[in-house]
Design a binder for this molecule. Sequence first.
Ligand code: KIV
Length: 266
Amino acid sequence: MVTAMPATVTKEKLARLSALKATGEKIAALTAYDYPTGRILDEQGVDLILVGDSVGMVVLGFEDTTSVTMEMMVHHIAACARGVKNALLAGDFPYQSYETPAQALENGRRLLDAGAEAVKLEGGTSQIAKIEALIGAGIPVIGHIGMLPQRVREEGGYKKKGKTTEDAGRLLQSARDLETAGVSAIVLEGIVARVAAGITEECAVPTIGIGSGPDCDGQILVVHDLLGSFPWFQPPFATPKAELAVETSEAVRAFVGELKSPPLQR
Ligand code: KIV
């Protein structure tokens, strides 16, 4: 059971994100999917913690995020929420869980009931009706434009966005539409750095970049990429600050070795 954050606390956290943009202090954001990680990130001053649908890849072992369900998100959000007090805790809508405004509203409420204080959904201008329905019901929304992992199969891979003038213009228009709809922040994923910088300058809401250059208002990483705990794939834009997979292997090897070859008894 998770006790929901009072609305005033969530409002203060959202206001803090806006204040960070205003002062130019960078917003530190990371994903988390469980209690200990959520708690450690929170205790170390992360501003925004996202229970991303990347859980499907880095925790559950799926090839991409399209197998993630509402049940999985609810389970992981609830675990993470037990450890998070100070950061804003956002929960991702999984694939095909927000096909209509009514479905977005129903599932948005489930993500909040699980312990999220804000929800994130992928897509720009085409998602405005859903975003308006959520915000109209008092559910804070984080937008997500650029490279959209839930479209990886349709697009045949993870492709950089904003390379042409037309695409850059479309991204800027999406960001403007999201801002007008009232989103609290916008994730810019896999966007050409110059274009992401332009969106950040144009928009009053904070932008949180991932693989979109240094000039966004904040940066988000999948926590496994920061910790070196998912060694089978390392995105080029993420510099690991630890090697947890290596340390885990060493600890397990030591345990197995000691158990199977105990020191000789005299
Ligand atoms: O699911 C996720 O982890 C995300 C972030 C990488 C932005 O959407």
